[in-house]
Design a protein around this ligand. Structure first.
Ligand SMILES: C[S@@+](CC[C@H](N)C(=O)[O-])C[C@H]1O[C@@H](n2cnc3c(N)ncnc32)[C@H](O)[C@@H]1O
Length: 205
């Protein structure tokens, strides 16, 4: 969808995805993995920045990116009010070059928000924005009503698109917002392009 489409959604306050809090699945992941090396994290399609702030609170260097200027303005405002620091930048994740390479990319309702025909570009973008061996943590939306956005995906589609380039470390059914309970699944991948594949930490937990 175009920048104008998303900007219009913010301008008219038609933001049904906006829950006023970070993804519960992300919150639980951060609480149960205090041992993980932190580093930089990019959140593409960050919206008003709830997930970025949760990541910063957990010790990450947080970078939010969004195609809609109003999302960036709201994210900056909310972060300032929270007394936190994160960088928010206007960017088209699918087509722009990253300002730097990141240790982590966190996905939450961007993969389902772009046109399904753009999903191959999305996979290329995750590979482009990550450092070699970087981590890609995703909360994927499996069940949503037509017409999109959001557009649903399946485990089969994700395996087909990501396994040529990423190693799956773990996947699980996360805690979700009430309205999405049972409709999401989380996947934790590591970029394996051109690098020796690491041993999986956990499978199907
Ligand atoms: C469904 S909203 C989700 C926002 C946020 N992740 C959340 O869950 O609250 C999708 C977001 O992705 C942004 N977006 C859409 N296409 C994008 C692109 N190509 N690059 C960066 N952001 C994009 C939209 O402006 C919007 O803020």
């Amino acid at each position: 969808m175009s920048r104008d489409f998303w900007e219009h959604r913010y301008q008219t306050q038609d933001m049904r995805w906006e829950k006023g809090e970070p993804s519960p699945g992300l919150v639980d992941f951060l609480a149960t993995h205090p041992e993980l090396p932190r580093g930089s994290v990019a959140v593409p399609g960050c919206g008003t920045g709830h997930d970025v702030r949760a990541l910063v609170k957990a010790g990450f260097e947080g970078f939010g990116f969004d195609i809609a200027p109003s999302a960036i303005a709201l994210a900056e405002e909310k972060t300032q009010i929270a007394g936190m620091f994160a960088r928010f930048t206007l960017a088209d994740f699918l087509h722009d070059e990253p300002p730097q390479k990141f240790d982590w990319v966190f996905e939450h309702t961007l993969f389902c928000a772009i046109q399904p025909s753009e999903r191959e570009e999305y996979v290329r973008a995750v590979r482009r924005w990550l450092k070699p061996g970087g981590h890609y943590l995703a909360v994927n939306y499996f069940l949503c009503e037509p017409p999109g956005p959001p557009w649903p995906t399946t485990r089969e589609e994700l395996m087909e698109r990501f396994t040529p380039h990423f190693e799956l470390l773990a996947e699980w059914l996360p805690r979700s917002y009430e309205s999405r309970t049972g409709k999401e699944r989380m996947f934790w991948w590591v970029l394996a392009d051109g690098h020796q594949r690491t041993a999986a930490i956990a499978k199907n937990s």
